[in-house]
Design a protein around this ligand. Structure first.
Ligand code: GLN
Length: 384
């Protein structure tokens, strides 16, 4: 007989991520896939040929554990130019296998058994499992559609002696909202007399609309002194499949981060890191991404005028929420499934990003797609 001893799960309430579930359903039903966030248009030819050149030049062995120094230097320059913070390329930047690995590593390196971590819901789905694997408890602050408005006095009430970390995310996935300078000042205000650390997920920092300024944690010296800043090249250069991102932070925090990083992944794809370092030398390669996505947001929103969905245009990210209150009473998980199977259009139900069921009737649609894909999607959505 085969051995079938019971497995005691460390994550008993976790199933397969909604992104995989919905992308699979979209593929099975041949639906337009606006669920999982990934672009359907090509990566810069120049960037691809830089990778190729680096491979041909023989950079095919391990990169340094913290990442190729030339790339870390470019990130340091960029953070200084854009946000005015001086990071040390040697000790305060590490290149990771995507934003997700940076987030996992930051949490597991510093959050301990019995700690609490404040998370804003809807929360991107990789935060909570990393907190739970560290033996800590997530403490949720819920925000709701359509404004996802934040009351800092209420957030402050969640802080106690067990609060180890606060995770923030602006531009925010899945809501598409953006935090203001005032929000970051309030965050400073409620944390400055504490030892609380901050994890700032800024993977959509270059996708922000209507001339707003990205309020990076790096613009606020007191906050930056206690924060990990996480970024992603996949989001910025339409290359989510490369899985290259980074974490930056004060050396005392990054020292602990690297202790975990070296055993989670050791080092990240070397030729791609070298290519990215060269590509980042020209700010034109990332400073116009917002314009490109704003046009796509506007095209999608415009094409949906007259449909039964209610729309508040996204302020950042490449995700647009559509409110379906006027269409059906169904739960978003059911409605998203039905749209995929019956109408051949896949989206992400937003309630899965809350601990308990959310009363909001909203679905998330990714607009990082060719114009023709967006127009085809809008045509379908008009029929619903
Ligand atoms: N970040 C992507 C999204 O929000 C998904 C990434 C993933 O599939 N893990 O859609």
């Amino acid at each position: 007989m085969n051995y079938t001893g019971a497995i005691s799960s460390k994550l008993p309430n976790v199933g397969t991520t909604i992104f995989t579930v919905m992308s699979q359903l979209a593929a099975e039903h041949d639906a337009i896939n606006l669920s999982q966030g990934f672009p359907d248009f090509p990566v810069s030819k120049e960037l691809i040929s830089l990778i190729h050149q680096n491979m041909k030049s023989g950079y095919n062995q391990y990169a340094p554990m913290q990442g190729y120094l030339g790339l870390r230097e470019q990130l340091v320059n960029k953070a200084y130019e854009l946000y005015g913070r001086v990071y040390d390329a040697e000790t305060e930047v590490t290149i990771t296998a995507g934003g997700t690995q940076a987030i996992y590593t930051a949490i597991t390196a510093l959050v301990k058994d019995g700690d609490e971590v404040i998370v804003f819901s809807p929360a991107y789905d990789c935060y909570v499992p990393a907190i739970e694997l560290s033996g800590a408890s997530p403490v949720f602050f819920e925000l709701h559609a359509p404004d996802f408005k934040l009351d800092w006095n209420e957030v402050k009430k969640l802080i106690n002696h067990r609060t180890k970390m606060i995770i923030i995310n602006s531009p925010q996935n899945p809501s598409g909202t953006v935090w203001s300078e005032e929000d970051l000042k309030m965050l400073d205000n409620i944390t400055h007399d504490t030892d609380i650390l901050i994890l700032s997920d800024e993977v959509y920092q270059h996708i922000i609309f209507d001339d707003q300024k990205h309020q990076s944690i790096a613009r606020f010296p007191n906050l930056a002194d206690r924060s990990f800043l996480v970024g992603s090249f996949g989001k910025t250069f339409h290359a989510t499949g490369w899985k290259v991102g980074y974490a930056m932070g004060p050396s005392r925090m990054m020292k602990e981060f690297n202790k975990v990083h070296q055993f989670v992944t050791f080092a990240v794809n070397h030729p791609i890191q070298r290519a990215l370092a060269t590509f980042l030398e020209n700010p034109d390669n990332y400073m116009h991404i917002s314009e490109m996505y704003q046009k796509k947001r506007d095209l999608f929103v415009e094409a949906l005028q007259g449909s039964r969905f209610k729309i508040k245009p996204a302020a950042g990210t490449y995700f647009q929420l559509l409110d379906y209150t006027n269409i059906t009473e169904e739960k978003d998980t059911e409605f998203a499934k039905r749209l995929t199977i019956d109408y051949k259009i896949a989206s992400i139900p937003v309630s899965v990003f809350y601990k308990n069921e959310s009363p909001d009737k909203v679905l998330r649609f990714c607009f990082a797609k060719k114009d023709e894909t967006l127009l085809k999607a809008a045509e379908i959505l008009h029929k619903i």
